[in-house]
Design a protein around this ligand. Structure first.
Ligand code: ADP
Length: 542
């Protein structure tokens, strides 16, 4: 027997509809690329998104077509998303930090019809235009006065398009399983692969991500998504913010410590989210200028592991609660987040920090398992580590156009490429990427754990560990460090420091110092490049 409830498709326009009715006056503040601070509200965003839907239809954009967005976090970028999805098209976020060949590849592969862009990217687009011949035109997120002087074909102003329309538009009622958004993974090996979110998966992810034990934002919060909309949907905040009607503060293109501090303080931000690199810059700025964070309550940190030092500083020096989160583009992106379980609030500070260093517990609708190389499940004891696999309704089942082939195991689990432990209470801890784990004498050494231990040394600002081939052990760890500016730590000194922190057989066989460690477009250490750089390196132990 079927249930007798109303059929109400899970479509993302319902978020902005709700915000318009119940929180219409709530502010959206943006540091615009033009430099000024701009203020609008949910009702305006709703109205302008409808007008933009109409404008897209007039341009001939059809339901199911893909529109690229190459833009910072701003109110206009948000309006463009709701305008695109509201008329049944698909937003495709383009990460401006990708190499131009990768950008060209994903624009062509996804068959972008138009590209919506901030004016800051006009040169970038001019440089690649000849290689993206199927793009029909470019819509710049600005008004007529600020339109760039460019020869790009069909350059249009977003404000002019909106001004020409009224808001008398009914959202197109697509199927909830229809595609809604597209984001390519940065593809450290091979070409980037497209993850195609549906309306339904975005709505379910928003509900899960915004439950009280996850991000749990509410109408009274002032939320600053520093994490870009082009990085896995700004971790869903573009949807969860209108769902609850919180104030939103959009940072535009400036993510340095001073700019972020100003917004946090001037706009009384209570919740914010970004990768560790952003918080390193902020903490440094706060320390140099002897500043505090009087309004901020919670900071969600993910994308790579939160360093212990960062956790301690936020919690102790600034009284800001850190929510350590883990996820990936293929997961919409949130998989786990480190909310305490009952009783943990009574633990000592040190014990609490050790829990928060883990990547956290699975959110509702994310199932996890860890397996060995043979695919057998490992126990949740906090010690055994293995391949981390996940399944759920907002996790990819395939990549666009079938790239990468079959990506699920016979139980429907997706291999995250991460290696992790899960403890008795369900807290997961990443110990490595499967391709980075160091295989020494048949055992696994976690490169991440070694890196975390190394950056605890006060003269080391960043560290990376890679496996170097070894005649006896197969691989042994090499520690690559960037010293703190002005410091010259010695190899002996670093090894002596690590002795106390890691098992004897995990100790790096050598330490080298470099000025810089290469990073990917999403801010992660680029181990492939490091492995190439050190391909001829021979360890003193061989
Ligand atoms: P990319 O395109 O760079 O792969 P993703 O954001 O999809 O971008 O990257 C997902 C990966 O980032 C995860 O599989 C994991 O390796 C890493 N990651 C994300 N969050 C964390 C975290 N909190 N701690 C450690 N690693 C993380």
């Amino acid at each position: 027997m079927r249930g007798l409830m109303q059929e109400w498709p899970l479509l993302v326009h319902t978020f902005i509809d709700h915000a318009n009715i119940h929180h219409g006056e709530r502010e959206i503040v943006t540091r615009r690329v033009e430099g000024d601070i701009h203020r609008t509200n949910y009702s305006e965003i709703y109205s302008r998104a409808k007008r933009f839907s109409k404008a897209l239809q007039k341009l001939g954009v059809m339901q199911g077509e893909v529109i690229g967005t190459l833009a910072w976090n701003t109110y206009r970028h948000l309006e463009s998303w709701y305008g695109i999805t509201g008329m049944g098209a698909i937003y495709h976020t383009l990460n401006p930090r990708l190499f131009t060949e990768q950008l060209e590849y994903i624009i062509n592969h996804a068959e972008n019809q138009y590209i919506i862009s901030d004016t800051t990217f006009v040169k970038l687009l001019e440089g690649i235009e000849k290689n993206i011949p199927n793009v029909k035109g470019f819509i710049f997120l600005t008004d007529k006065e600020n339109m760039p002087d460019t020869k790009l074909k069909n350059s249009l102003s977003f404000e002019e398009l909106i001004d020409a329309e009224d808001e008398d538009f009914d959202w197109v009622r697509v199927d909830e399983n229809d595609a809604c958004g597209l984001c390519y993974t940065s593809g450290t090996t091979g070409n980037p692969k497209g993850v195609l979110y549906s309306h339904r998966s975005n709505v379910l992810h928003t509900l899960a991500a915004n439950s009280a034990d996850a991000m749990g934002i509410s109408s009274t919060d002032s939320v600053l998504p520093v994490v870009p909309m082009f990085h896995a949907n700004a971790w869903g905040i573009s949807f969860s913010a209108p769902m609850v009607g919180c104030k939103v503060v959009m940072p535009g293109m400036n993510m340095d410590g001073e700019s972020i501090y100003q917004l946090l303080t001037d706009e009384k931000v209570t919740f914010t989210a970004a990768v560790p690199t952003v918080w390193l810059m902020l903490l440094q700025y706060l320390e140099e200028n002897d500043l505090k964070l009087p309004y901020l309550n919670r900071v969600a940190i993910g994308g790579s592991a939160v360093p212990k030092m960062m956790l301690e500083k936020f919690e102790k020096d600034y009284e800001v609660s850190v929510m350590h989160a883990w996820g990936m583009t293929e997961m919409s992106p949130l998989g786990t987040i480190g909310a305490f379980k009952s009783g943990m609030e009574d633990l000592s500070f040190e014990e609490q920090i050790n829990i928060k260093l883990k990547q956290g517990r699975a959110t509702y609708m994310v199932e996890m398992k860890i397996t060995n190389d043979e695919g057998n499940e490992l126990p949740w004891n906090g010690k055994d580590f293995g391949h981390l696999l996940v399944r759920g309704p907002f996790i990819a089942s395939k990549y666009i156009k079938g790239e990468g082939g079959q990506i699920l195991d016979n139980q429907g689990f997706f291999d995250t490429g991460d290696v992790a432990t899960i403890d008795e209470l369900g807290f997961m801890q990443i110990t490595d990427r499967s391709k980075d784990v160091i295989k020494s004498g048949g055992e696994w050494i976690s490169s991440i754990e070694l890196e975390n231990a190394a950056v605890g040394h006060e003269e080391i600002s960043e560290a990376a560990v890679i496996g170097i081939s070894h005649p006896k052990w197969d691989e042994r760890p090499l520690l690559i460090c960037v010293p703190v500016e002005g410091k010259t730590p010695s190899k002996e000194d670093v090894l002596e420091y690590l002795k106390e922190k890691v098992a004897k057989w995990w100790m790096p066989d050598d330490v080298v110092f470099v000025e810089e460690i290469p990073h990917t477009a999403t801010g992660k250490i680029q181990k492939i490049t490091l492995r190439e750089q050190f391909s001829d390196y021979s360890l003193p132990t061989t």
